[in-house]
Design a protein around this ligand. Structure first.
Ligand code: SAM
Ligand code: SF4
Length: 372
């Protein structure tokens, strides 16, 4: 598996909850940043030793790109990388950018999978989230994309929102499964330290959701997705048969990928590399060929910890044959304890989370971590 990730670090507005890397003021350096991104693509092409099977545009907001900018990026990809004929090309599109002209431009460059950030079916929620669209924009956008032949569409939703009842979440789920989309990513709201949401909560302007209610919403997500024929193949990801995100699955399966753009991460099977999280420094340093990234070889414990964390989050589970050393007696006892609690299932070489265990995924993995 060989994947390419491109990070587009521009957004129109700052969503209250978001801690990803982006800037909302970029007019004066937009073209030089795209030039740097293309330059990084070219400089790093020798790292791509096999034809690309997946390309993923994430952000930030890739759908801010003009068709000329997209064309420029794709030209560099096709000139400098081999791309398989059935390459999955995913593109995060914000509802306010979905219109006929853009959809046609996205199709023309080969984008064949859209990930659309609906986030919620409540206009009131979209308001405190500071989103740049209303519910109708997302729904109209999905219909239009389907009419234009996009047949691999994913929707992002967030649950565990302040004031969101179980009934409201279940109504959102019923609505999303009626849309005829192939994939759903559903994330529990996290309150990140440096966000406006954290400030609103600290100032008591928003009351965070109760954790028990969030767990009920998660369990209802598991039930409803199954009832609508969606398979949960990772804690937050659900799809119809044949529509797993190939790109994201490669992260969870610990396969190599190249990440381009400010803040993008890369993994070559041994070391992790991460680009600087600053648009100006990135643009300047890539332009001058001065270092714009840091990297680190994973120690054998770090490698093992990530295998456990990522493996347990997926339906494929943790394949213990891939671990370089066996579990110690103490670790086996810990696994036995989780099994008795009904959280883990160990069959032959695979360890997977049970439904109940999925509520405790990160804690279970952390209990099995080895520290350097
Ligand atoms: C990096 S965002 C980019 C997507 C796109 N710009 C958009 O806003 O739709 C990817 C997804 O992460 C999720 N996300 C971001 N911050 C989150 C948070 N604090 N808690 C839960 N989900 C979050 C949202 O569902 C979002 O669609
Ligand atoms: S959620 Fe999307 S649009 Fe909102 S700030 Fe984050 S990346 Fe930008």
């Amino acid at each position: 598996m060989s994947g390419l990730y491109l990070h587009i670090p521009f957004c129109r507005k700052r969503c209250t909850y978001c801690d990803f890397h982006f800037s909302t003021t970029f007019d004066n350096y937009r073209s030089s940043l795209i030039a740097a991104l293309v330059r990084e693509l070219i400089l790093r092409s020798p790292e791509s030793t096999a034809p690309l099977q997946t390309i993923y545009f994430g952000g930030g907001t890739p759908s801010i790109l003009t068709s000329a900018e997209l064309g420029h990026i794709f030209e560099a990809v096709h000139q400098h990388y081999k791309v398989t004929s059935d390459c999955e090309i995913s593109f995060e599109a914000n509802p306010e950018d979905i219109n006929q002209k853009n959809l046609e431009a996205w199709k023309a460059v080969g984008i064949n999978r859209l990930s659309i950030g609906l986030q919620t079916f409540s206009n009131e929620d979209l308001l405190w989230m500071n989103r740049a669209h209303q519910v109708k924009d997302g729904l109209d956008g999905i219909k239009l994309a389907q009419n234009l032949g996009f047949d691999n569409i994913s929707v992002d939703l967030i649950y565990g929102l302040p004031g969101q009842s179980l009934a409201a979440w279940e109504a959102s789920l019923a609505a999303v499964f009626e849309l005829g989309v192939q994939h759903l990513s559903a994330y529990c709201l996290t309150i990140e330290p440096k966000t406006a949401l954290n400030h609103l909560v600290r100032k008591k302007k928003l009351q965070p959701a109760d954790e028990v209610l969030q767990s009920e919403q998660f369990l209802s997500l598991l039930d409803k997705s199954k009832a609508f024929g969606f398979e949960q193949y990772e804690i937050s990801n659900f799809s119809l048969k044949g529509f797993h995100s190939k790109h994201n699955s490669s992260y969870w399966k610990f396969e190599p990928y190249i990440g381009i753009g400010p803040s993008a991460h890369s993994f070559d099977g041994e070391k992790r590399r991460w680009n600087v999280r600053n648009n100006t420094t990135y643009t300047k340093n890539v332009g001058k060929n001065e270092t714009w990234f840091d990297c680190e070889y994973l120690s054998s414990n770090e490698y093992r910890n990530e295998q456990i964390l990522l493996g347990l989050r997926t339906i494929w589970g943790l394949d213990i044959r891939t671990l370089k050393s066996e579990f110690t007696t103490k670790e086996k006892a810990q696994i036995e304890e989780f099994t008795l609690l009904g959280w883990l299932c160990w069959e032959q070489d695979q360890i997977t989370l049970t439904q109940e265990g999925k509520l405790h995924a990160d804690g279970i993995a952390a209990a099995l971590f080895r520290l350097d």
